[in-house]
Design a binder for this molecule. Structure first.
Ligand SMILES: *[C@@H]1O[C@H](CO)[C@@H](O)[C@H](O)[C@H]1NC(C)=O
Ligand SMILES: *[C@@H]1O[C@H](CO)[C@@H](O)[C@H](O)[C@H]1NC(C)=O
Length: 193
């Protein structure tokens, strides 16, 4: 009787040692340096943008499947709405739909729109509280800092440093899979004169 219970005790403590070894090794294996999540192929985000003090509300429609990206931009207390449609072939249209202004600029950016994996190769900087979220933080090519919620893996914020200025983006909503209907991507006629 005693021998049997002793045997059980040894077996169970061996099991404990084994389990703790296992959990130790698996926690080591499952904790490599975190990498940023790829962007979903299609999403909609409401964004607050701070361009060194100039605040903007931006409706961002990212649609990699159809090779297009739309920013609908409004500055604080302004009634002007600026549309920025970027196509993956490099053409971008910046326009207002204001019938009295009819303004449009067409520009060409050979790189096209951001790839879903545009953060590949970013350097991990650790964790920080950002806005009210515990985030993993990465730096990419010295001028982009990217903050992703540790729990949900959603982007919380990114900061771009360019020409001595800070551009800060706070992500307010993140609707994965939301797609804007085709007619909303059509630049107006006066872009094609
Ligand atoms: C916007 O950014 C500037 C620094 O570039 C900062 O001084 C200011 O407090 C920010 N404003 C808001 C509302 O976050
Ligand atoms: C890119 O695609 C857009 C939308 O289809 C089109 O309006 C534009 O002319 C194209 N640009 C080039 C350089 O082909």
């Amino acid at each position: 009787m005693e021998k049997a219970s002793m045997g059980l005790l040894i077996i169970s403590s061996l099991l404990l040692v084994f389990l703790s070894l296992l959990s130790h090794s698996s926690s080591v294996a499952s904790n490599p340096t975190p990498t940023p999540s790829e962007w979903p192929l299609q999403f909609h985000s409401l964004i607050w943008h701070n361009r060194t003090g100039i605040l903007q509300k931006v409706d961002l429609w990212y649609d990699f499947i159809n090779g297009r990206n739309l920013n609908i931009i409004q500055e604080q207390l302004s009634s002007d709405v600026l549309y920025d449609v970027e196509w993956n072939n490099g053409t971008s249209f910046f326009y207002t739909l204001d019938p009295y202004k009819k303004e449009c600029n067409v520009m060409y950016f050979p790189v096209g729109i951001l790839r879903p994996n545009w953060l590949d190769g970013a350097t991990y900087l650790g964790q920080r509280m950002v806005d009210i979220f515990l985030c993993n933080v990465w730096e990419k090519v010295d001028f982009i800092r990217y903050y992703e919620d540790v729990g949900t893996k959603r982007p919380v914020k990114w900061v771009i440093f360019q020409g001595q200025a800070w551009y800060t983006t706070h992500v307010m909503t993140f609707e994965v899979g939301a797609v804007l209907d085709d007619p909303n991507w059509q630049a107006p006629l006066y872009c094609f004169r």
